[in-house]
Design a protein around this ligand. Structure first.
Ligand code: NGO
Length: 519
């Protein structure tokens, strides 16, 4: 409350152009964090990070300490050694796993800032990592510079107790329409994990291309990942199994779980170009790099279809440590309803046979086999009777309504990139909805979380990705993490975050709805 008032005043000052008083103001207020922490109690003097500061990281917390050190060393130029125990009186940022704290759940953390140091406590490393992301935002924005800066590295005094509202907070990248390289994906992971996003969904196949190596069907990538398989014949490429494993490990080191998607029974033209036996007449269709949807379908009556699907699921499950495997299921307009149900009755159980929870676009809810599965809602309506019926049977839901959560939609008519079929989505539109009440018949208990999909028909480079994702991704992240939703507070905190992106060279959309700080 107090924190958001302080933040709100800072916003007014920025808007009116009157400079904030220079004296005694901490550079950042304790509550100025994205997504908003649950409990913020500013009090007492803060901590000043200096050349003698150490990172105290007893057993098992090393992976988080490494991330913290990587985040703070470049701009401060300090050594910040990681030690098991800090010497008495040594200024320290200390990480510690505690046995039990019912306030924290699996991913929560406590952060306290005193003149002698900063303490982050959690019951898991995921919780400590979340606390570290908060701490980074409590330092002056210049902490995000990639070269040493002169600054007073102060952290405001007080306590934060925080935990997420939803267990699943996701982002999706579409590698099929335009391939994005492992390095680009890693940079995206770096940015999204700062907002406590903990799942990255990769859309790995579509009509245009196939982007993941499958050993038992090698032409999928030899043909479907060849140069020229991106939209309009641009680009091409695919992830080898070892690229994929490396990405999964990189993500895990940032507490992000990868969710792979193979889209079927529609969106399969690239697979059919590579393997004509996957069509009903056995004839290869022409390769397609336009952006039509809904014209291709696997051949539901052929056994080879299920050998193919099982091989793909088995191989993907084997290289995916996370719990979910996404089987698409959207826009199967070239599959009859009866065929669609027959297909899902065989394929949804296959996913569990290989040890994964089946996940698909909300169309899968039409199948009785989706009872234990997860459906990703991408519709624009506020009610979906088929989904509500599945929810009553146990299906869980991830919310990605296209008209509020699709990061590929234009901000406004002047946005140079993106599509607009679901409407224009400025920052406020992305923020002003509630995943727990958005859909009739889908109560909060049935909602596993939120996801912000970024389809790439019009997006080729990392710059394109960043321009569309930021600043809307933090809006969706806040809906997934925070229990409060307050637009005035959000826009002020977002405005204060801008210089952090600038310092890292992240080209965000400077939305006119946000009071961007130029500090
Ligand atoms: C739809 C479609 C995708 C498009 C996307 C573009 C879903 C689930 N299927 O969303 O193939 O790329 O819109 O916004």
């Amino acid at each position: 409350m107090r924190a958001s008032l302080v933040a709100g005043l800072a916003g007014v000052l920025l808007l009116t152009g009157i400079p904030a008083p220079a004296q005694a103001q901490p550079a950042v207020s304790l509550g100025s964090v994205l997504p908003a922490p649950q409990q913020v109690r500013p009090h007492g003097p803060g901590f000043r990070l200096g050349a003698r500061t150490v990172i105290e990281a007893p057993g098992g917390t090393r992976v988080v300490a490494d991330r913290l050190a990587e985040a703070l060393r470049p701009a401060t130029g300090f050594r910040l050694p990681i030690v098991g125990r800090a010497g008495r009186g040594a200024p320290a940022i200390s990480l510690e796993l505690v046995r039990h704290d019912p306030r924290l759940g699996d991913e929560g953390y406590r952060l306290s800032v005193r003149p002698g140091g900063v303490a982050i406590r959690a019951t898991t490393n995921a919780g400590l990592f979340a606390g570290v992301q908060t701490l980074r935002q409590l330092l002056p924005a210049r902490i995000d510079a990639t070269t040493p800066q002169r600054a007073a590295w102060t952290v405001p005094g007080g306590d934060i107790v925080d935990r997420p509202r939803f267990a699943y907070r996701g982002a999706m990248l579409d590698l099929a329409r335009h391939f994005h390289t492992p390095d680009e994906i890693k940079r995206y992971i770096d940015e999204i994990s700062r907002f406590k996003i903990n799942y990255l969904h990769l859309h790995l196949s579509d009509d245009q291309g196939w982007r993941i190596q499958i050993d038992s069907w090698p032409r999928l990538t030899a043909v479907g990942g060849a140069p020229g398989t991106g939209v309009d014949g641009a680009g091409g490429g695919f992830l080898t199994t070892s690229d994929y494993r490396d990405l999964v490990a990189y993500a895990a080191g940032r507490f992000v779980t990868v969710v792979p998607e193979i889209d079927m029974p529609g969106h399969v033209n690239a697979a059919q170009v590579a393997y004509p036996e996957l069509t009903c007449d056995g004839q290869a269709p022409p390769p397609r790099t336009d952006t039509e949807v809904g014209y291709s379908s696997l051949c539901i009556g052929k056994e080879v279809t299920y050998r193919f699907v099982e091989d793909v699921i088995r191989e993907l499950a084997a290289i995916t440590p996370g719990p979910y495997l996404h089987i698409g299921g959207d826009e199967a307009h070239a599959t009859t309803d009866a065929d669609y149900l027959a297909f899902q009755a065989r394929v949804l159980p296959l996913v569990s046979r290989y040890g994964k929870v089946a996940y698909g676009w909300n169309e899968i809810a039409a199948s009785p086999a989706a009872a234990g599965a997860i459906a990703q809602y991408w519709g624009r309506a506020r009610a979906d009777a088929t989904l509500a019926a599945a929810v009553a049977d146990g299906t869980k839901v991830i919310m990605s309504p296209a008209n509020v959560a699709y990061l590929d939609q234009k901000y406004d008519p002047s946005t140079p990139l993106g599509l607009s079929w679901a409407g224009y989505i400025e920052v406020r539109t992305a923020y002003d909805w509630d995943p727990g009440t958005h859909l009739e018949g889908v109560p909060e208990e049935a909602v596993l979380g939120v996801e912000a999909p970024l389809w790439s028909e019009t997006l080729r480079t990392l710059d394109d990705i960043e321009f569309m994702a930021f600043p809307r991704l933090p809006a969706i992240a806040e809906l997934g993490w925070s229990t409060t939703r307050d637009w005035e507070s959000f826009r002020t905190r977002l405005g204060a975050y801008g210089p952090r992106w600038t310092a890292r060279g992240v080209g965000f959309h400077p939305s006119p709805q946000i009071p961007w700080s130029t500090a």
